[in-house]
Design a protein around this ligand. Structure first.
Ligand code: FES
Ligand SMILES: [Fe+2]
Length: 410
């Protein structure tokens, strides 16, 4: 089913490419410039979006083995992901049930965690195993003092968690079937080659850059080239959007000379899998996945963005995942070069520009910013951000149940 949908999208991209057209939004959209700079709005976004909606917290290959764990802090919420013996993942509140100290930090492999403050011990499923000096402490109902669990969902080689333990929103519903398509990457048995974290501008300023190709040949003239494509068609799945260039050509990666292949000449079953997933796949509100090739090996960069401490700051973890672990020196070097190149593009071009743009917007001397008919990705993102921010918890459930039902009917 998902391959059929991917073929359909690819055929549409080929047809538009052949005709020299792209899908345009109905109109130029204006949004208030204060959307990027308002501190009260920023606090609301952290609460209503990041602490209420499912977030893609890690690629599965970051914690592949039983006992693997990763601790992280998201908008002030300490999160602990653990891989269980049966292969499932748990998302726990990383706060000791005694007085709240985080029980784990960093990442590693452990079947239990001992709190560094007074020594209480927890199993990696959150169960309280032991109270230090129990004869002195007094009676505690251990079962009632486990680490709190957050809703968690693993699909398509990615792990989502909702940082609200009481959330009733089904993460699968929230994804609107998008994870079924993401499965086409095959990420669940990929390899995490490297990762790093970059500081960026306001999270929405930063995220805008993942949602259009309009800027590619201009801002990235020195890296991607001034003749790089600048058009994208958008495919929406609830708030999640894939963008891809309308073209009938694709690079044939497997060929030595990097020749292009004419997709219009291929039958459906001849279209390579990597061509079917090309472009950028964004997952609302903060993820972008794009395919790359390091030394002929298939890879993808997963960019995971979070708001920072202030309205003008964000940070992005770039995960460079690969279909196969590069084994020889030349392949490892090529993968590093590809990843270093992408770091430079994002840090020195996208985020450097985003920080300057943010500073300028903070002057307050511009009332609105524009998203053109060719920038539907940004239009849709900001519309969803405003809609989900304003929705009550009940409305949130309705939005995603309704979306799910509509999709099932199609
Ligand atoms: S806060 Fe963890 S043992 Fe006291
Ligand atoms: Fe960019």
């Amino acid at each position: 089913m998902s391959r059929e949908q991917l073929i359909e999208m690819t055929r549409s991209l080929i047809a538009h490419g052949d005709a020299g057209t792209m899908e345009l939004a109905d109109e130029v959209v204006r949004i208030p410039a204060s959307t990027y700079t308002d501190e009260a709005l920023f606090e609301q976004e952290k609460r209503q979006i990041f602490r209420r909606l499912p977030l893609m917290v890690a690629p599965s290959c970051e914690i592949p083995e039983p006992g693997d764990f990763k601790a992280m802090d998201i908008c002030g919420v300490p999160l602990l992901l653990t891989r269980q013996k049966d292969g499932s993942v748990l998302a726990l509140l990383n706060m000791c049930a005694h007085r709240g100290n985080p029980v784990a930090s960093g990442s590693g492999n452990a079947s239990r965690f001992t709190c560094g403050y007074h020594g209480w011990t927890f199993k990696n499923d959150g169960a309280l195993l032991g109270v230090a000096s129990p004869q002195d402490f007094g009676t505690v109902d251990k079962a009632a003092h486990c680490l709190t669990r957050f809703p968690v969902y693993e699909s398509a080689g990615l792990i989502w968690a909702t940082l609200d333990p009481k959330s009733k929103l089904s993460i699968a519903d929230y994804l609107c079937g998008y994870d079924e398509l993401l499965k086409a990457f095959g990420l669940d048995d990929w390899y995490l080659f490297s990762q790093r974290t970059l500081s960026g501008p306001n999270w929405k300023t930063a995220y805008d850059g993942y949602l259009d190709f309009y800027h590619l040949p201009v801002l990235h003239a020195a890296t991607f080239g001034a003749d790089f494509y600048n058009r994208a068609n958008y495919f929406e799945f609830g708030p999640h959007q894939r963008l891809s260039t309308p073209s009938k050509f694709a690079i044939k990666v497997s060929s030595e000379d990097g020749h292009q292949i004419d997709l219009s000449k291929l039958k459906d079953d001849e279209i390579p899998q990597d061509v079917l997933v090309q472009g950028v796949w964004t997952i609302f509100p903060h993820i972008s996945i794009a395919s790359f090739y390091g030394g002929g090996l298939r890879g993808a960069m997963i960019s995971q963005l979070f708001p920072g401490k202030t309205v003008g700051e964000s940070f992005t973890t770039q995960f460079y995942v690969m279909e196969k672990k590069p084994e020889d020196e030349a392949a490892i070097k090529a993968a590093h070069e590809q990843f270093d190149f992408l770091e430079i593009v994002v840090r020195d071009e996208d985020y450097k520009t985003g920080k300057r743009q943010h500073e300028a917007l903070q002057s307050g001397l511009m009332t609105e910013v524009l998203f053109g008919r060719n920038e539907r990705g940004g239009q849709v993102f900001h519309q969803w951000a405003a809609k989900l921010l304003a929705a009550s918890d009940e409305e949130l459930l309705e939005i995603f149940t309704a979306d799910r039902q509509r999709e099932a009917a199609e």
